[in-house]
Design a protein. Structure first.
Length: 588
């Protein structure tokens, strides 16, 4: 949270010392049980990019997962705090960081819509991480979005005065943090007057865990811990030890907000989860407002270790206080996000919020309830920018390949490869720039994912001469269907037969869609129809480039044209140079 005061990567496994059943977690949290999810996020999904759809309502998140995030290959979506919060006549964005109760009827929709959103995202193959506000409750009394009335800030449906820190543990006269260099004040006193929960007690730890478990029971896959620096790391670890598994049977993924300051330090929290890297975002702002050539030394610039961090370009606090770039920085902001997706470091996030003229301004709403996201009116949907979508696919395609072949052509132009799996070059200057780069790629012709493949790049002798538009980039990877594909680069094609075992209801048909033009380039209207002659095995033969790696998935279309994607990670296949191949799959 930290409103005013500067108050990918392998996911660690958290030791479980206590496990609560999903039913008991729901009951203890005061949440009505809803039907179990019919689909779960795939824990083996290759993509790790997180789309931070900040304060989008649940209907809009569900639609974005279905229409954009899943097909594009995003791994997860981060959503706003789902609990009931402060409701006031003049709504502000920070109202959601003042919890009134742990019930899940909120300004973003009902508990039923929250559950439907999770199911929709899982069906699209996208995990769901919620913003967990567990350090404190509301500072302001009144009535919440589900009708909860507070007459004392120390008396909520879940907590009484004894559950909060008081003068016995906080040394300041008004119980608020006065010195952000004093660890006792930071962790035992009130942030901006928000009642600080006594997380050192087992009663409070259990109550918080029950709240998080109620979300896990509905299908949530992990949590961003708000204001984590204000909770002792040992307390967080104790709370996490009480969490149940996700509905996919894995430990929930935890990443923590540790805002910059003298104490505590991010490393203090590595044992309880990954940490959001504010320094990474600050270094990107410095480079894209100065010399991008400085990014060559990024790993040694003081950013957090890749294995312990989550990167971002901006978030809801820092786009407002000027610490980091924002949509108001235009092309530099967009380009910084493209670099983040290209550079191999920690788990990357792409932030999509709304446009604002005042820092406290609420998202578009009706009576405080957030209205549907309209990317053409009031919202800034960077997650669906065509260049960003291209780089999400690029990021997934190069996978874990290391950064290689770094080249600095000027203070504004850099390029680097990813171990021969892909190459990326950017131009932060004000005019187009042309340079020849050693790409480390196999010779051939590749599509430029930045412009959706409308332009191509030719690699000859491992080199490519690129003309990079001002404030833009060029990126290509092996297996993009452009003829390079990891070898050869010729125009030879081979036949691939897709055999998919899939049961359907009458009037529903099965198609295959994928990253190649021959498979519709992920456009469901251009997907290849499969024959039901061998039902329940659906079959079809497609001519695709030889010596090429591509991604694909099966979809179902009913009589009304409704599209359902199979769940889980994108499938991959690599062709050789022989005449034909058969792929046998089962619908996921």
């Amino acid at each position: 949270m930290n409103r005013h005061h500067p108050p990918g990567v392998p996911h660690r496994t958290l030791h479980r010392t206590l496990r609560l059943t999903a039913a008991s977690a729901l009951a203890l949290a005061g949440v009505v049980a809803l039907p179990a999810a019919s689909a779960h996020a795939d824990p083996t999904r290759k993509g790790d990019v997180i789309a931070n759809l900040w304060e989008w309502n649940w209907d809009s998140v569900a639609a974005e997962c279905t229409d954009v995030l899943g097909p594009a290959g995003y791994g997860a979506v981060q959503v706003a705090p789902p609990s009931e919060s402060l409701k006031q006549a003049s709504a502000y964005w920070w109202d959601v960081y003042q919890p009134y109760s742990y019930g899940l009827n909120s300004r973003f929709g009902t508990a039923a819509k929250f559950k439907a959103m999770i199911d929709a995202c899982h069906t699209a193959g996208v995990k769901v991480y919620t913003d967990a506000v567990i350090n404190h409750t509301a500072a302001q009394t009144g009535t919440g979005y589900n009708g909860t009335t507070l007459t004392s800030k120390y008396d909520t449906p879940e907590w009484d005065r004894a559950d909060y820190h008081d003068a016995s543990s906080c040394p300041t006269a008004d119980l608020t943090i006065q010195d952000y260099g004093n660890l006792t004040q930071v962790q035992n006193c009130e942030l901006l007057g928000l009642p600080d929960l006594k997380t050192g007690t087992d009663h409070v730890r259990t109550g918080i865990a029950n709240f998080l478990n109620s979300q896990l029971a509905l299908g949530v896959d992990g949590f961003r811990i708000d204001a984590a620096k204000h909770i002792p790391a040992a307390d967080l670890a104790a709370i996490e030890s009480k969490l149940t598994d996700t509905t996919s049977g894995t430990d929930p993924y935890v990443f923590q907000e540790v805002y910059p300051g003298s104490t505590p330090q991010p490393a203090d929290y590595y044992a309880s989860g990954d940490v959001l890297d504010f320094t990474y975002a600050s270094k990107l702002k410095s480079a894209f407002q100065g010399n991008v050539s400085d990014l060559e030394s990024l790993p040694s610039s003081g950013i957090l270790p890749a294995a312990n961090s989550v990167s971002f370009v901006t978030n809801h606090d820092t786009e407002r206080n000027g610490l980091h770039l924002s949509y108001k920085d235009g092309d530099a902001y967009r380009l910084a996000n493209l670099f983040q997706l290209a550079y191999k470091w920690s788990t990357p996030t792409v932030y999509a919020g709304w446009q604002f003229s005042q820092s406290d301004q609420a998202p578009p709403n009706s009576g405080g309830f957030v209205t549907d996201t309209d990317c053409a009116n009031g919202w800034y949907c960077l997650d669906r920018d065509p260049a960003v979508l291209g780089m999400v696919a690029w990021h997934n395609a190069v996978d874990t390949a290391a950064v290689s072949d770094w080249q600095t052509k000027s203070s504004s132009v850099i390029g680097f490869g990813r171990g021969g799996a892909g190459f990326f070059a950017l131009n932060n200057g004000s005019s187009a720039a042309t340079y020849t780069f050693a790409t480390g790629m196999a010779d051939g012709t590749y599509k430029n994912v930045i412009d959706g493949g409308n332009s191509t790049v030719t690699v000859s002798g491992g080199n490519a001469t690129l003309t990079i538009p001002a404030k833009n980039a060029v990126a290509f990877h092996a297996g993009d269907g452009g003829g390079g594909g990891g070898g050869g680069g010729g125009s030879t094609t081979v036949n691939v037969t897709f055999d998919a075992y899939a049961t359907t209801s009458f009037g529903t048909n099965v198609y295959v869609a994928g990253s190649l033009a021959a498979l519709g380039s992920w456009d469901t209207s251009k997907a290849v129809a499969l024959s039901s002659a061998g039902y329940p095995v659906w079959s079809g033969t497609v001519s695709v480039p030889a010596n090429t790696t591509f991604e694909y998935k099966y979809i179902k279309k009913d009589g009304s044209g409704t599209v359902t994607w199979e769940s889980g990670t994108n499938r991959t296949y690599t062709t050789g140079s022989s005449s034909g191949y058969t792929i046998s799959d089962t619908w996921k």
